[in-house]
Design a protein around this ligand. Structure first.
Ligand code: LLP
Length: 427
């Protein structure tokens, strides 16, 4: 809970609007975002960077709705993209191409061409083979590609194994000991301009140490390269700053960036960061309605209308997200009474893994509205049509106004692009 999502009396509000009224207007399940929280979370990074040269490049994968990208573009944010689709989203949303960095291990020649055409700030290159292809593509287009090499500093981010990316055994980046050789190779390529160095060691980091260990290793690479005659202009430390989902006490953007700036004081390097979760997670909730309450021998279940296809984090990463009442009004005799208990909050999908939270103490009745907190990052963007469920709506609240920023999918939208087989010959 934060200032944007708060109770006024018994009712949960997003900024100045009651979530129950929004649920009534737009239906459930739906994601509800706060413009104010998105802006403030971005601004915390941007203010901390202050006049140090550099950019805050929002990691689009966390929440890529074009309204979200547009509001960040209005704040002059940069963007970290990982696909041609994300590039098109940023451009559609009015993002400045000169503030885009392009990450990812598997960029295709087409995606490289699109990004060169757009005039992005930098490619974060993750392998020698990618560097060669980029050189070729840029050559064909008569262009020079700006490049930063993503190195793998081999530090333990001390986070969930699926979202830890900076260890030797991960697929990301070029081993830091191999990097000088790859920089030399790049320096000899006609259509490559070496601009920077890049790393990203994982996501949902709550401590400073892994970031600072990575920084030391990358700075020592920068020193080595300088001696070899390769001077870099920027250092990109990736994303990864954690948020509070339950009781974590992550370092703040201010603490993190101050520590980086202090260590970089003797270098003339632009500082780039690629935060995703820290900007989006606590800027959104997922609102869902209880369909049925059900008791099996050992367990009580609240079956809700959102499911793992809407929010996969709990089941995929065993992630804990708070689940709170939208309306805490005490029972009134005109409604069926609530039942207090320890519930598993589960969806309608035919999988045991279809849960949004387990063992939650709640007082519930059929029809009750619940909010899954901290759902603004990696919520909608990881949603799917599993079980042929239509993807849900997204709403942005701005003060006392609400805007539908994604219409709820219809069946027709869901199957658009699918086709029946041609008729059999003897039909
Ligand atoms: N830059 C790069 C190159 C990345 O791979 C990522 C995230 C970010 C930036 C942004 O990281 P953030 O600031 O959001 O931690 N789906 C998972 C998280 C996957 C993160 C993947 N890479 C989850 O829901 O926890």
């Amino acid at each position: 809970m934060n200032t944007a999502f708060h109770y006024q009396g018994p009712l949960l509000y997003t900024e100045q609007l009651a979530v129950s009224a929004l649920a009534e207007q737009y239906g459930t399940p739906c994601y509800i975002y706060s413009r104010q929280m998105f802006s403030a979370s971005y601004q915390a990074f941007s203010d901390a960077l202050g006049d140090h040269p550099g950019m805050i490049c929002y990691a689009v994968k966390a929440n890529s709705n074009i309204a979200v990208l547009n509001l960040l573009a209005r704040l002059a944010a940069g963007f970290d993209i990982v696909s041609g689709g994300e590039l098109q989203r940023v451009l559609t949303a009015g993002g400045d191409p000169a503030r885009i960095v392009f990450s990812g291990v598997g960029k295709s020649a087409d995606e490289m061409g699109m990004a060169l055409d757009a005039g992005i700030f930098c490619f974060n290159v993750e392998s020698e083979a990618e560097l060669e292809l980029l050189n070729q593509v840029a050559g064909q287009m008569g262009q020079i590609a700006p490049v930063s090499i993503r190195v793998n500093p081999d530090v333990d981010a001390m986070t969930h194994p699926y979202i830890s990316t900076g260890l030797k055994e991960n697929k990301f980046g070029i081993a830091i000991n191999d990097a000088p050789r790859v920089y030399q190779a790049g320096a000899a390529m006609q259509h490559i301009q070496l601009q920077g160095v890049d790393c990203h060691i994982g996501s949902q980091l709550t401590q400073m140490e892994p970031f600072m260990d990575a920084l030391e290793r990358v700075l020592s690479l920068i020193d080595t390269l300088k001696i070899a005659g390769i001077e870099l202009k920027h250092i990109d430390m990736g994303g990864g700053l954690g948020v509070c989902y339950q009781d974590e006490t992550p370092i703040s953007p201010g603490q993190y960036i101050s520590a980086l700036k202090l260590r970089l004081a003797d270098y003339e390097l632009e500082l780039l960061l690629e935060p995703g979760r820290a900007i989006a997670a606590n800027s959104g909730i997922l609102v869902t309605q209880v369909q049925f309450l059900k008791n099996n021998e050992d367990k009580s279940f609240a079956i809700v209308d959102a499911a793992m296809n809407d929010l996969i984090r709990p089941t995929l990463y065993s992630a804990w997200q708070d689940i709170i009442a939208v309306d805490k009004t005490s029972d009134d005799p005109t409604q069926s009474p609530r039942t207090s208990g320890t519930y598993d909050i589960v969806g309608p999908i035919c999988e045991t893994g279809d849960f949004l939270g387990t063992d939650r103490s709640l007082s519930l009745r059929q029809g009750e509205l619940l909010a899954i907190c901290s759902a603004g990052a990696y919520g909608f963007t990881m949603s799917s049509n599993y079980n042929s469920r239509n993807r849900c709506a997204e709403i942005m609240v701005d003060g006392d106004q609400s805007h539908l920023i994604r219409a709820r999918e219809t069946f027709e939208m869901q199957i658009a692009g699918e086709a029946l087989l041609p008729a059999d010959k003897d039909d």
